[in-house]
Design a protein around this ligand. Structure first.
Ligand code: PLP
Ligand code: ZN
Length: 567
């Protein structure tokens, strides 16, 4: 089919080399610089470099532009947020994928491939799936489950790689060269899709912003926003472009560093909880530099702790739960209040919070599982744990756990556990402390133990059989029992039961052993399900030693089962 004459040219940013989109849609074939679409004439409205455009099949509305009333008041500025996670896959990248996938179809590619830390993969997968073109995504092993799930539901061919984003990118590029594949990503046609952002703002909002705060990974979104504004300016639809602010985590900041040095920096590796902006080789650095110079913008970094605090503040104060990358605007704003006081600022919130629940889980205390008992629930609420849970956001767990106020009975129980551990020359990890807390909160402090184990000994027999000899205290009397079993747990339970079944018959219908870390002296949690005559009790024990945890769980289970039971 004959192509229509195009009303645009592809040129590289560094040297203005003319390129053909049939040959490349990523880098300049002459000098390797990034490419940009230049239209022959300014246009009155938004236009795309496509022969024909299908209206976005997955989305028909703008992402919200909202005033941040409380934060404006707190910080004495006029603050707005563009909720640019309100897209089909929960991230602004859909703006670009919508155009890239159509370009791939127009160029008659056999498939699309893309390297990504997750959001790009999910987004390209969604549009490729709708437009029925095969899609290969290359993602690092660390990619969050939520983002992988999105790619999975959209039938992408998922290639998980031991390595970071740049390793994935290198492989994806090789893969693209091996066939008639369109390499999607932070390239020229994505910019054309994402430039819709300022056009949308024009429709949504009267008046101009002084500053726009943009979290940066490869810099493509920043570049696209700048390009959109330039087009609007050329068409005479805006008189001035807001100052564009480029933001990165201190631990992943090649763009910000490069801006100060005025040359592109490539890092060996980057590491930040804001995974979506962790790019060590920022593809669109040159365009970001141009955007900052053109708008008299600025670039800032923020620390991991500032990211956590601002992530929380935005959720608590304004209700917007985002992924960590979106905390960069508020964090940088707060670090530079003198500059931004009284100004009209727009924060771009780029990705939804549900994309990355791991960061939240990692930086907060989890809630213990409680028995379904209203008194225990009240007790728990009054324990101070919940307040502590809120205060503990992002801080070290140890300090907080030490301040927990339990009632006397539970405190005693907890101390018993801990001293048991200390006696074995072991200190508890944070995770283990949490599990113990949870266990103790569930425990009934006034249990009478009809049987306690004073000592035990195991002997290995032929054919994997184990002989257990157990010294028990049964209601004040010492008894020695013996039994054999197919393993140590089985043997010790059989030995105990040969005596305790006379008090109360208990079947062990299930046992689970959970080891909390790979260390040899890790806390072991044993959960026993005990039954008698259709009734069921669940009981837990915890110790660095599996058998001791089993013994605890069983003797406790017996105490629970006999409590209130007719003697
Ligand atoms: C991709 C992404 C960014 C960074 O965009 P770039 O175009 O790579 O600079 C920021 N936030 C989120 C949530 C993203 O997915
Ligand atoms: Zn060039």
């Amino acid at each position: 089919m004959a192509r229509t004459t195009k009303n645009y040219q592809l040129k590289c940013v560094a040297n203005g080399h003319l390129n053909s989109e049939e040959e490349t849609t990523t880098y300049c074939t002459e000098c390797g610089s990034v490419l940009r679409v230049y239209y022959d004439e300014p246009a009155d409205g938004l236009r795309y470099p496509l022969d024909s455009l299908v209206p976005d099949p997955l989305k028909s509305n703008h992402s919200a532009l909202t005033h941040l009333g409380r934060l404006s008041k707190t910080y004495n500025a006029d603050l707005y947020a563009k909720l640019d996670f309100e897209h089909p896959t929960g991230c602004f990248k859909d703006r670009g994928s919508y155009i890239e996938v159509q370009k791939a179809l127009e160029l008659e590619a056999d498939a699309i491939c893309v390297a990504s830390t997750g959001n790009m993969a999910a987004s390209v997968a969604a549009y490729a799936c709708y437009f029925k073109i095969p899609c290969f995504i290359f993602v690092p092993e660390k990619t969050t489950d939520a983002k992988i799930a999105q790619a999975t539901i959209y039938d992408a061919n998922i290639i998980r790689i031991k390595g970071d984003f740049s390793v994935c990118e290198g492989l994806c590029r090789k893969f693209a060269e091996s066939g008639n594949y369109y390499m999607a990503g932070d390239y020229v046609f994505r910019e054309e899709g994402q430039k819709a952002f300022p056009y949308e703002i024009q429709e949504q909002h009267d008046g101009e912003f002084d500053y726009i705060f943009i979290p940066i990974g490869c810099g493509t979104n920043f570049a696209a926003i700048h390009k959109g504004y330039q087009e609007l300016k050329e068409a005479g639809r805006v008189s001035k472009i807001p100052k564009l602010i480029a933001l990165q985590p201190e631990q992943s900041s090649p763009v910000v560093e490069g801006i100060f040095k005025k040359k592109k920096i490539i890092k060996k590796q980057v590491n930040t909880m804001a995974q979506s902006v962790a790019a060590s080789d920022p593809v669109d650095f040159e365009k970001v530099l141009i955007g900052i110079q053109d708008t008299d913008g600025a670039a800032y970094t923020v620390t991991e702790d500032e990211i956590l605090q601002s992530l929380k503040e935005m959720a608590v104060e304004e209700g917007h739960f985002t992924e960590p990358a979106c905390a960069l605007p508020l964090a940088a704003f707060k670090n530079n209040l003198d500059t931004f006081k009284g100004k009209k600022c727009l924060f771009i919130l780029t990705g939804a919070g549900l994309k990355d629940t791991k960061t939240v889980a990692k930086h907060s205390l989890s809630s213990p599982v409680l028995s379904p008992d209203i008194d225990k629930i009240r007790n728990y609420i009054e324990s101070g744990y919940i307040e502590m849970q809120k205060e503990s956001w992002g801080k070290s767990r140890d300090t907080f756990m030490a301040n927990l106020e339990m009632d006397e009975g539970h405190q005693e129980l907890y101390n018993d556990y801990v001293s048991d551990f200390n006696k074995k020359g072991k200190t508890l990890s944070n995770n283990e402390i949490e599990v113990l807390q949870s266990l103790v909160f569930n425990e009934d402090v006034d249990l009478d133990y009809p049987a306690e184990v004073l000592d035990y000994k195991l002997t290995m027999r032929k054919h994997g059989l184990v002989q257990a000899k157990v010294k028990l205290d049964i209601e004040g009397k010492e008894v020695i029992t013996e039994a054999s079993g197919v393993g140590p747990i089985d043997a010790i339970l059989s030995a105990m039961k040969s005596e305790t079944d006379n008090i109360f018959l208990l079947q062990v219908s299930n046992h689970e052993v959970e080891i909390l870390s790979p260390d040899t002296d890790s806390l072991v949690m044993v959960t026993l399900t005990l039954t008698n005559d259709g009734k069921e009790w669940v009981s837990k024990g915890a110790s660095p030693d599996t058998l001791e945890a089993v013994i605890q769980a069983f003797t406790k289970g017996l105490a629970i089962a006999t409590k209130g039971a007719p003697a």
